[in-house]
Design a protein around this ligand. Sequence first.
Ligand code: ATP
Ligand code: MG
Ligand code: MG
Ligand code: MG
Length: 475
Amino acid sequence: MDTAEIRRRFVAHFERDGHTPVPSASLLLDDPNLLFVNAGMVPFKPYFLGQETPPYDRATSVQKCVRTPDIEDVGKTTRHGTFFEMCGNFSFGDYFKEHAIELAWDLVTKPQSEGGWGFDEAKLYPSVYVDDPEAVALWRKITGLPDDRIARLGKSENYWSMGVPGPGGPCSEILIDRGPAYGADGDFSAEDRYLEFWNLVFMQDELSAVRSKEDFDISGSLPKKNIDTGMGLERVAFMTQGVENMYEIDVMFPVIQMAEQLTGRRYGADHEDDVRFRVIADHVRSSMMLIGDGVTPGNEARGYVLRRLLRRAVRSIRLLGYEDPALPELFPVSRDKMGETYTDLHTDWERISRVAYAEEETFRKTLQAGTQIFDLAALDVKKSGRTTLSGDQAFALHDTYGFPIDLTLEMASEAGLAVDEAGFRSLMAEQRERAKADARSKRGQHADTGVYRTVLDEHGPTEWLAYETLETESN
Ligand code: ATP
Ligand code: MG
Ligand code: MG
Ligand code: MG
């Protein structure tokens, strides 16, 4: 089943049940807490928060999402894209748990010949929040599954809140068992084995204090209970298309094939190369979608995320051996696939391609300048009879010329040199500390402004560290 068909069936299933189909919002929806829309419910937040009255009781959508914090997982897990599409159904004070479970289970298990996904029930595992006996009873009643097929997960997995006082509630997920090649029997922390593809949020509680994801007070029940679900389109696609991971589905794999053609390397021959192929497929698509929605490369916030995605794509294909401008070859392939759904990609192509290709040119110049400096440094090391590029040198290349450490490592090894990587890392750590102190003092000076606030709100204080790594290690 191709991705377009999965999308159509999802929407049709919920339309038949009285849900109003709502088009995807832009990735750049104006939300003070988010860099990008990262879930299907985001455009509906004012309804869930009771700030606006929804024009419908039930809605369904296929929402474009970007999750920057997932960037390090791309290509390494089977299931994380920086860009993906979330299919969702929403109830605003209308139906609740029972019907939400019925609707999801019906679509997932109905044979493909009858419009469903046709997943084998023997491989499906619902998960519930440990303190949600009502959900356990409903799953058992609706699916007929025995108790031991229902996984009980804790707060970090299966309790949803917005991280602030307001609505919250337990979740149920549907996991599909992909077999022992991906992890041990019954080990639900092996998430590429027990693949989560649908999350059902039962918004029922009123939270008075939220100290962390796992530490909050429930002060009462919401007067109107809501349903918010999210199903990963790419995850269902890779399961129904019989491929290994989301990067191999119909709308993504052609980019990998083009990268194979350009580089002359084969996907599937070498693990490290494969990760690069997958990073290329993901980053080309996500950067294209971001530019489509109006982001331009820059040094902070949204622009920085885009810059990093584009540069990582370019770097990855260079590491596969292709040194000419690559985006003019790769972007059109992704456009032709994604443009079937997002027709603006075609009408806006002149602008989108210009922005992307210009960034690649800029990066190529950076690489060129850095390469000369690298050659001088290498010569210097050799002349003095040493065999190791110092941490200082690697750091200067990174800091002044934007030269990623893995490139320095690779070029050093080609030149028969080692790199004092530990020295480099400790200089990076020092710089990070400085940046953090700086951000802290800036935040103190003018609270509520700037990138730090936005990023902190989106990712939370721990993810912020990941974002910093993202900013300072432009690999
Ligand atoms: P995971 O645990 O696999 O990281 P999640 O719990 O973070 O997923 P949710 O926030 O529950 O995901 O989002 C709802 C659904 O969206 C998921 O069940 C999954 O199908 C899909 N999804 C989430 N993150 C991604 C991603 N980075 N790439 C592709 N699909 C995703
Ligand atoms: Mg996740
Ligand atoms: Mg999860
Ligand atoms: Mg989840």
